[in-house]
Design a protein around this ligand. Structure first.
Ligand SMILES: Cc1cc2nc3c(=O)[nH]c(=O)nc-3n(C[C@H](O)[C@H](O)[C@H](O)COP(=O)(O)OP(=O)(O)OC[C@H]3O[C@@H](n4cnc5c(N)ncnc54)[C@H](O)[C@@H]3O)c2cc1C
Length: 407
């Protein structure tokens, strides 16, 4: 067993770490200030400093690192994992600068894997180039969407077109006017088998009948580092039949394929968030004096610091093992581990952030430290890409059947 990163990963890590120090961390406050001055607060990728940083990232070869195969940087999951972790340290800025931010990453994967040549040319190329942004529209306000077979939006064939009717919410990125393309999941055949009723179709933003109803907040935050979350309505939205991705009935399978890499990317970045929280927690604990001694000398604070380190190391090993399994036995073969990291990471990182906030006193809840916003973001991960309970239910089911077979 070799725990070392390979030569290409080490080289990219060194380049990325230097870029974080020289460009990303120093730009964080300027990015926030420029964002606050925008006329349209959701148009976050029109912030000038973001464009400058993106150009510099590209020059340094730090671009589309997430995407395996011919369309991206060609890294394995095990190579990308430690890089994604580093970007998570500045989760509001670095992933977008490197063109490695959700939901575009998952959407690019869908187009690379399942799109036809015309779809790839029209939508994948500008996405890979960072010229436009995209959204993935599955969740609906009217049905329990953790069970994707409930999705009720209709996609009906009409001559050479498909016509969409339905409502979606929590659609990440959709408030951003530069989010030009939506991958929409709906039902083409409600009479087909449970997992063959759904299809995915490309809907350009300016299609008549597609209305952005409102932006949605997370604990009062705009969450606009992703382009904000939106509620959408589709009323007789007509698109060419050629916009269907992968054929009628393929939607459920594509959704499953999309979520594997998406989940591990979220987890890798979350580990970076937790690392930064531990750094802040230790610095604050050493500097702040209460009752005659630094907070770092209180047993309870040391307990939090030690527990945080142990939890973080456990998480990283599990995430790296999962990345390695995805590379060696495929996403399907790594299914149980993907579920395990999706269960373990958000709640553990939430625990670490909670302790880091506590050490900071009331300041930890404020805009002066990145902890409160990170806490809000991590809490959402216990829903996004599936609630904890759904993953636990599925993991327990496969464990029970594995044990049954062994008996
Ligand atoms: C920040 C954020 C970004 C998001 N981005 C997107 C996006 O870009 N595109 C998109 O389509 N969706 C997006 N979502 C939506 C997300 O995927 C859904 O919220 C999630 O799938 C759960 O669906 P639901 O909210 O309808 O919960 P429901 O299905 O109503 O479930 C409610 C609760 O029921 C319980 N439950 C459900 N099933 C089980 C079970 N089997 N066993 C035990 N308990 C269970 C769980 O506690 C669950 O939290 C986003 C959500 C958030 C918070």
């Amino acid at each position: 067993m070799d725990f070392a990163y390979d030569a290409r990963t080490e080289e990219l890590r060194a380049t990325l770490l230097e870029f974080m120090d020289s460009h990303i961390y120093p730009a964080e406050s300027e990015f926030a200030a420029q964002l606050a001055r925008l006329d349209d607060r959701w148009a976050w990728d029109s912030v000038p400093v973001l464009a400058e940083l993106r150009a510099e990232a590209r020059r340094r070869g730090l671009w589309n690192l997430f995407l395996p195969g011919e369309h991206g940087a060609g890294l394995t999951n095990a190579q990308y994992a430690p890089l994604a972790e580093i970007t998570g340290r500045s989760a509001h800025l670095a992933p977008a600068v490197l063109n490695c931010a959700a939901p575009d990453t998952g959407n690019m994967e869908v187009l690379a894997l399942f799109g036809d040549e015309r779809q790839r040319e029209r939508w994948l190329e500008p996405l890979l180039d960072g010229r436009i942004r995209s959204a993935f529209a599955m969740t609906e306000p009217d049905v329990a969407s953790s069970d994707a077979t409930n999705i009720a939006t209709r996609i009906e064939r009409d001559g050479d077109d498909y016509v969409l009717n339905g409502r979606k919410w929590w659609i990440t990125g959709a408030m951003n006017p530069n989010c030009q393309i939506f991958i929409v999941m709906g039902k083409t055949d409600p009479t087909a088998g449970r997992h063959r009723q759904q299809s995915m179709i490309l809907v350009p933003r300016d299609t008549p009948g597609l209305e952005i109803q409102r932006g949605m907040e997370v604990f009062g935050y705009d969450d606009h580092d992703h382009g904000g979350h939106a509620e959408l309505s589709f009323t007789d939205v007509r698109v060419p039949a050629a916009n269907l991705i992968g054929g009628e009935g393929a939607g459920f399978a594509i959704a499953q394929a999309r979520l594997g890499p998406g989940r591990i990317h979220h987890c890798m970045r979350a580990i970076g968030i937790a690392e930064r929280a531990v750094e802040l927690m230790c610095a604050r604990a050493e500097q702040r004096v209460a009752f005659g001694k630094p907070l770092s000398e209180q047993g309870v604070i040391r307990d939090w610091i030690a527990e945080s380190r142990v939890k973080l190391e456990q998480l990283r090993l599990l995430v790296l093992k999962t990345a390695w399994l995805m590379d060696t036995v495929g996403n399907k073969g790594a299914h149980t581990e993907i579920q395990a990291i999706k269960i373990a990471t958000p709640s553990t990182v939430q625990w670490i952030l909670d302790k880091a906030i506590q050490v900071h006193g009331a300041g930890g809840l404020s805009q002066d430290f990145p902890l409160a916003a990170a806490y809000a973001g991590i809490r959402t991960l216990r829903f996004a890409d599936g609630p904890d309970e759904v993953h636990k239910n599925a993991l327990a089911k496969s464990e029970l059947s594995r044990q049954r077979e062994t008996r």
